[in-house]
Design a protein around this ligand. Structure first.
Ligand SMILES: [Zn+2]
Length: 178
């Protein structure tokens, strides 16, 4: 089932999300719906707060060229950052119509639980590491607009204001919640 995506200005995108407990009802269904929603919306990843669920959980598509995708990260922690900071354009399904150049570190090591709640640890680099840092930020209530310099933020202030009020003229091919 395709879920509506919460957009900029909605309180679900702010604040720290809560730990996913093993007795979380219909977790598998939620993960399946999030993967379906992410693909339908053309996203590289999708975090639970973006579908109005206050849970520390996100899904991603392929991480690396040969990777078929469909990853789920439950209660993730980024336990190590390394390498150079690199700038690259990022977009967010919750902030349609905006691309921002963001500095992120090149390599990360992430610890997380799988759907059966066993712990795993993996390292990622480059674009994959960027996707994971972006989705992890959502669990902390941090958006790409929080990671830019004040001058840049001022330049998009009126667009963000309109977006939050539902007055921005942006058409998206997926259902949203204002
Ligand atoms: Zn996002």
């Amino acid at each position: 089932m395709i879920l509506p995506i919460v957009t900029y200005g909605h309180p679900a995108l702010k604040g720290k999300a809560e730990i996913v407990k093993e007795d979380c009802p219909e977790l598998e269904k939620l993960v399946g719906d999030m993967l379906e929603t992410m693909k339908a919306a053309g996203g590289a990843g999708l975090a639970a707060p973006q579908v109005n669920r206050n849970l520390r959980l996100f899904v991603t598509g392929p991480l690396g060229e040969e990777d078929p995708g469909d990853h789920v990260f439950i209660n993730p922690e980024i336990i190590q950052f390394s390498g150079l900071f690199q700038g690259m354009l990022e977009a967010c399904l919750s902030i349609p119509g905006l691309q921002l150049s963001l500095l992120r570190q090149e390599h990360i090591r992430i610890r997380y639980q799988t759907l059966d709640f066993s712990w795993e640890e993996k390292s990622y680099s480059g674009w994959s590491a960027r996707i994971l840092q972006h989705e992890y930020d959502h669990l902390e209530g941090i958006l790409i607009t929080d990671r830019i310099i004040p001058e840049r933020k001022r330049s998009i202030k009126s667009f963000l204001h309109k977006l939050a009020q539902g007055r921005a003229k942006v058409e998206v091919p997926y259902p949203t919640i204002q």
